[in-house]
Unconditional design. Structure first.
Length: 449
């Protein structure tokens, strides 16, 4: 029998925080037979805000670490090629290996976190990430670097998938939507600053220094997780059966057509974004003649756009506008902007100019701030006890679909941006079809696995 989905908590519902079950009881006043007086309302509010800030910073760090690992390394690729006497294509495999690891690792870590709780898989993943990153810093050959970049991605996936699962453990309804918008602020800034940080590191040391910095960041974040992030999945809500049944939760989730619709809508929207990231440098600079400085400025503006709209969504729209309506508006805006890119790049209305291309890309990127947090929230609202598995499906689907479709932007060679625009428009069409065909129609027969 199908049951109703998790109900919205309401705009003013407080965030739920699960205290560490191993934490000692509150101390009593010296010489007193009675517990100390409860906190005043003001003290309780301050403690709640401090707890929320710690959780936000820790989960934001976990979400930002993979982009830092990927993008800080980009300016160093030519130096890696020279130092290890490897071709550019071989060195590019170090990026592919890390991305593949991040995608596949989520499929493993997510269900494990539903079985054993969030802390143990997360801490294990963080420790392995630190060790693998340290080995990368001293790798003497390209194959060794590729292998440990794969391990780095597999282990780093723990931070991605478990951070989303922790959000589902702690928050519900509108509070969860707001929190995802806040995480978007942190994770959206990381790709902007990462190449800049990497470039500055290369001014002081070799490419190995990038991995040394990532090792230090990973070590510090691991220590903070150990000290400050308590277990958020109590034993009574964990899967008690064999691991086979734990992984079988994914099958149950995918059988929910509404959940699958949100996963596909978010993943294909992310693929449109990923296509932009992989092709924009070539399109903006080589085809439309922008300087590297102009490209960096436009890339930064687009990143500010997605972060700004994400904050507008979390601070203003959530609680006032139905989340499906927000998602619909975001998808329509992305569809219109990618359709405009197709018209501009094909020359139907004459030769396009850089400002026209840049404006269309900005609208597309900014609209992601409406789509990505909302699809994550709506998908995770479909489940309460399988949040790790649900988070794994969200992350793996986004990474794999993006990695498979983004290379299509270059199928016609270096002289045209048409494949990029068509690929993005196709992704949006599939996202809209998934949302309308699976989410909206599927709500007539809903279930929360």
């Amino acid at each position: 029998m199908e049951s109703a989905p998790v109900q919205d908590a309401g705009p003013d519902a407080p965030a739920q925080f699960t205290a560490d079950p191993a934490a000692p009881p509150a101390p009593t006043a010296a010489g007193s037979r009675h517990p100390r007086h409860p906190l005043s309302r003001q003290q309780a509010g301050r403690e709640h805000r401090d707890t929320g800030l710690v959780v936000t910073l820790v989960l934001g760090g976990l979400t930002a670490l993979p982009p830092l690992s990927m993008d800080m390394y980009l300016p160093a690729l030519p130096r890696v090629s020279d130092a290890l006497h490897a071709s550019a294509a071989t060195v590019q495999l170090t990026l592919t290996a890390c991305l593949a690891g991040m995608a596949l690792g989520q499929l493993v870590v997510g269900p494990l976190s539903d079985r054993w709780g969030r802390r143990r898989p997360l801490l294990a993943g963080m420790v392995i990430y630190v060790l693998a990153t340290a080995v990368c810093a001293f790798a003497a050959s390209a194959p060794l670097l590729i292998g440990f970049r794969l391990v780095q991605g597999l282990a780093g996936a723990a931070g991605i998938v478990i951070s989303r699962a922790v959000v589902r453990d702690l928050y519900d309804g509108l509070a969860m939507a707001r929190f995802f918008s806040t995480l978007l602020l942190i994770s959206g800034v990381a790709p902007i600053v990462a190449p800049v940080i990497g470039g500055q590191i290369l001014r002081l040391t070799s490419w190995r220094g990038v991995f040394v910095v990532c090792t230090v960041i990973g070590t510090l974040l691991t220590a903070v997780v150990w000290r400050r992030l308590h277990e958020t999945l109590p034993p009574e809500r964990r899967h008690k059966g064999e691991l086979k049944s734990t992984f079988g939760a994914m099958k149950v989730l995918l059988a929910d057509r509404v959940f699958t619709g949100y996963v596909l809508a978010g993943s294909f929207a992310f693929a449109a974004l990923f296509t932009y990231v992989s092709a924009s440098s070539f399109v903006v600079q080589d085809i439309y003649g922008a300087s590297p400085q102009t490209f960096s400025l436009l890339f930064g503006l687009n990143s500010v756009g997605i972060v700004g709209v994400g904050q507008l969504n979390g601070k203003v729209l959530v609680g006032r506008v139905d989340m499906d309506r927000v998602l619909a508006v975001g998808l329509v805006l992305i569809g219109l902007s990618t359709a405009a890119l197709v018209v501009l790049t094909t020359g139907v209305l004459g030769k396009a100019t850089l400002p026209e291309i840049a404006a269309s890309l900005f609208v597309m990127m900014a609209s992601m701030g409406l789509v990505l947090p909302t699809t994550n929230t709506q998908a995770l609202l479909r489940t309460k006890n399988n949040a790790g598995s649900a988070s794994a499906l969200l992350g793996t689907s986004s990474f794999l679909i993006g990695a498979v479709l983004s290379p299509l932007a270059g199928v016609a060679g270096d002289g045209t941006a048409v494949p990029m625009a068509i690929t993005q428009l196709t992704c949006v069409v599939v996202a809209v079809a998934s949302f309308v065909g699976l989410c909206l129609r599927g709500r007539r027969t809903v279930e929360a696995p």
